[in-house]
Structures are given as structure tokens and as C-alpha cells.
Design a protein around this ligand. Structure first.
Ligand SMILES: N[C@@H](CCSC[C@H]1O[C@@H](n2cnc3c(=O)[nH]cnc32)[C@H](O)[C@@H]1O)C(=O)O
Ligand SMILES: [Zn+2]
Length: 429
């Protein structure tokens, strides 16, 4: 018999349809949800959490980021993408060691758990150490070794990626899954992308990449290849493989048609796109065409936090503003992007991002006794338009409690701050 954990007297947001349970219970058995219901549970459980005055909802899924970029938080702000990457981020990244990445990732995971994220997506390097941090801390993650496709590093990135897939895909009881991660069309020439697509088929893993992030990227692609980055990726066969594309800010109607045809998933990063001055992705058109859109923070250096509550609110606000359409992206749709659709976008198995029988037990508790959650008209609207990540009190991933009453159970907070400060003394000396 597996251990059972009962969460009782809670308001429950199952995310299987628009709506919620005013007062109910959720029973976890092992790492799965066994039962969700309204009222009281009439059985026994090994452990109980009285969640009176709290909301239980699926853990948030961050569909795009570079965890260890926490080390660069606040180091270089207010610059456009290419200048920011070439003059600031990349020179520092060239100095980063495997240990630096480990501590930067620990800091990111600490922040993500505290703000209600139970699964994150990462594209970076020294990925064995990121996976190690995931294994140790208990969070779930979709990881990929970022590949820049120019010689001589391009070949090495392919070999490292393959090794990383073989070592880590499905590790930590399935909490770690692996993708290939060609960085972008402007850093990976077409022939290289072809090789990546072939390797992804051979290893049977999906792809994550950055696409059409800035106007400049699209203009350069048109000049060099005579087509948009989306069209180029289609031509080289990338979309024959399951693909998650981050940003997609500057996509044409035809691009969106192509993406729909291949079921390309989108990681929408509204804060990062605003901060880097990249623009606002045409998410309404994407939703109209049936694309799966998830939300992401991107790295902490372009955000500057990893708070998915902010991304939800931003996603629910910004499209209304730029489209002059108050109906655009409802609270429920923003919640879908942050949970069930985000889970689909990062290729997690069905059930992820929902609270229902058989789904993996990845969920969060939120203190609902706050001034801005009264009166109790609409729980979904409250979470998206008034909600704050600081109200997250408990986090459970794969059936294991990682944060209980705001206490971290798998991480040493003070040690992480100390190590990160030490790392940065050297990195920025
Ligand atoms: N430089 C690495 C591989 C790149 S990992 C992913 C890269 O994406 C960069 N990055 C972070 N945010 C963005 C973004 O919004 N657009 C494009 N690149 C980004 C980040 O700085 C990092 O260099 C190596 O070969 O060792
Ligand atoms: Zn990125």
C-alpha cells in the first residue's frame, strides 16, 4: 500500500473545465491523485492537511527559461536582445563553471517553488548539474542542452546533448525529461538544424528552441534565407519533430498556419518580450488557430523574476490592451496556459496540469484569506487579476511535499544565498 495524503476543507480549482469546488478534498496516493470531491472525505489517510481558507490548484508549469541566469539578474538591464546577449550575457556565460550553474539553478528552483511552479523548462549548459539540482530538490523539469550550431562548439553540443538524453531522460522517477535545444535560427545554420532534427528522431525526444523573437531576427532571416524563421524551420524539417517554440512574437498569419499544421507548441513569455522591447506575440490568433500556448518567464536576466503569477496576469492583461479587446484572454484561459496547456506544451503526459483522478500529484496550496480575495465572487478571476505568488503556502510535486507552510523541506535557503554570492564575486570580479 502506498502512503496517502488527504487535503481537506479546501477550495479546489481542478482545471478540467472552467469552474471550481467551493469546499472539498483531494486524496493523494503515492505520486498520483486518487480522488477529488466536494464536501468531506469519509475515509482514513496516513497524513492530513487541513486546508481551510486555502485554494488547491495544479502546480504552475513554466514553459521557457534559463534557470542559472538568476546569476545575471540585475546585471544588465534596459538593452535590446542582441546587444544584451552579445555584450553582456555571453561573455559572462563563457566564464561560468559547472558549479556556478548548479548554484544558479538552485536559486532558480528555490524561487520557483516558493512562487508555485512545480515544473520548469530549461535550456542552458552544464545540464548534468541542472538535472542534479532537479533530482535533489524534488521539482519536475524539462531540460535541454542549449546548442549553438557554429564550429567547433556545434559538434560538441550535439554530442553533449545525446549523452545528456541517454543519461537523464526519465530520471528521478520521471521528473526529469529531456529535449534537444537548438538555440535559434540565427545561431544554428539550416544544415545544423537538420542534424538536430535527425538526432531528435533517433533519440525519440522533442525539440525546444527560440523562434521569431525580434523584428530584427525576422528581417535578417528574410535577407539571408528569403523566408521567415518559421518557414525556414519548416523547410529544414524541424517541425517533423514535436517542437516547442519560445516567443513567436513576430509571426505572420502564414507562419501561424504552418505552426498549426505541425502542432508547434508555443511558450509565450510576455514579461521578457516587454522588457527586451521585443513586442507582443499575437496570442489571440494562435489560440484562434488552435495552437497550444503555455507561459514562460524566460531567464531571470530578462524578466527579472521567475514568478508565474505575474506572467498569468500579464497574459490576461496585455492582449486586451493591444487588441482593444476586453474579452481577449480570460482569467480561465490564462490559468490554462499556466497549467494544463503549459504541461501539453512541454510534452508532459496527459493529466499533468489538472487535478483529477490518476493525474500526477503536482499541486499548490494558496492562502485565500487575504483582503484582495474578498468578496468571493470568482476564484479564477481572483487568482489571475488579484493573485500574488507570495500567497503560495504549500507545494507538492510527484506526491512529495517540497514546501509546507512556507518552509522549504528539500532546500537550504541560506546556503543557496551564500553560495550564489560567492559564485558572483568571482564571475563579476
Ligand atoms: N552558450 C552555450 C549554449 C546556449 S544556452 C541558451 C542561451 O540562450 C540565451 N538566452 C537567454 N534568453 C534568451 C532569449 O530571450 N533569446 C535568445 N537567447 C536567450 C542565454 O543567454 C544562453 O546563452 C554554450 O554553447 O555553452
Ligand atoms: Zn530564452
Amino acid at each position: 500500500m502506498k502512503d496517502t495524503l488527504l487535503i481537506k476543507n479546501a477550495s479546489i480549482l481542478p482545471m478540467t473545465e472552467a469552474g471550481w469546488i467551493e469546499t472539498g478534498y483531494l486524496l493523494i496516493e503515492g505520486n498520483r491523485i486518487r480522488e477529488v470531491g466536494s464536501g468531506s472525505y469519509h475515509g482514513k489517510a496516513d497524513t492530513e492537511i487541513d486546508a481551510a481558507g486555502k485554494v488547491v490548484m495544479p502546480g504552475l508549469v513554466n514553459t521557457h527559461g534559463h534557470a542559472a541566469m538568476t546569476l545575471l539578474r540585475g546585471y544588465a538591464d534596459d538593452l535590446p536582445l542582441m546587444e544584451w546577449l552579445e555584450t553582456k550575457c555571453w561573455p559572462v556565460e563563457d566564464r561560468m563553471t559547472a558549479d556556478d550553474i548548479y548554484w544558479g539553478s538552485q536559486l532558480a528552483i528555490l524561487e520557483m517553488i516558493k512562487t508555485g511552479t512545480t515544473c520548469f523548462t530549461d535550456m542552458y549548459f552544464f545540464m548534468d548539474r541542472v538535472a542534479q539540482a532537479v533530482e535533489e530538490t524534488g521539482i519536475r523539469a524539462v531540460l535541454g542542452r542549449g546548442m549553438i550550431g557554429f564550429p567547433p562548439k556545434g559538434e560538441q553540443a550535439l554530442r553533449e546533448s545525446e549523452q545528456f538524453v541517454r543519461t537523464w531522460n526519465g530520471a528521478a522517477n520521471g521528473r526529469v525529461t529531456v529535449t534537444l535545444a537548438p538555440h535559434a535560427p540565427y545561431t544554428c545554420p539550416p544544415d545544423y538544424v537538420k542534424q538536430v532534427a535527425e538526432l531528435s528522431a533517433e533519440l525519440n525526444v522533442p525539440i525546444q528552441t527560440h523562434l521569431s523573437e525580434t523584428k530584427g531576427e525576422v528581417e535578417r532571416c528574410l535577407a539571408e534565407h528569403g523566408c521567415t524563421p518559421i518557414r525556414l524551420m519548416e523547410q529544414v524539417g524541424l517541425f517533423e519533430r514535436p517542437t516547442l517554440a519560445a516567443h513567436c512574437v513576430h509571426v505572420t498569419d502564414e507562419d501561424i498556419e504552418i505552426m498549426a499544421r505541425y502542432d508547434v507548441k508555443v511558450a509565450h513569455n510576455p514579461d521578457s518580450n516587454l522588457k527586451l522591447g521585443s513586442g507582443v506575440a499575437p496570442v489571440l490568433k494562435m489560440l484562434d488557430k488552435g495552437l497550444t500556448v503555455g507561459l514562460g518567464t524566460d531567464g531571470a536576466a530578462s524578466n527579472n523574476n521567475l514568478d508565474m503569477f505575474e506572467e498569468m496576469r500579464q497574459a490576461a492583461m496585455i492582449h486586451k490592451g493591444v487588441q482593444y479587446d476586453p474579452v481577449a484572454v480570460s482569467a480561465y484561459q490564462a490559468l490554462q496556459m499556466a497549467t494544463v496547456n503549459g504541461a501539453k506544451a512541454v510534452f508532459l503526459e496527459d493529466g499533468h496540469g489538472t487535478l483529477q483522478q490518476g493525474a500526477p500529484a503536482d499541486l499548490i496550496l494558496i492562502d485565500y484569506n487575504r483582503p484582495y480575495y474578498y468578496p468571493r465572487h470568482n476564484l479564477m478571476a481572483h487568482l489571475v487579476y488579484a493573485g500574488q505568488s507570495g500567497d503560495v503556502t504549500d507545494v507538492i510535486v510527484d506526491g512529495r511535499v517540497l514546501m509546507r507552510d512556507r518552509q522549504m523541506l528539500t532546500m537550504d535557503e541560506q546556503r543557496i544565498y551564500h553560495e550564489v554570492e560567492n559564485v558572483c564575486k568571482r564571475l563579476f570580479a
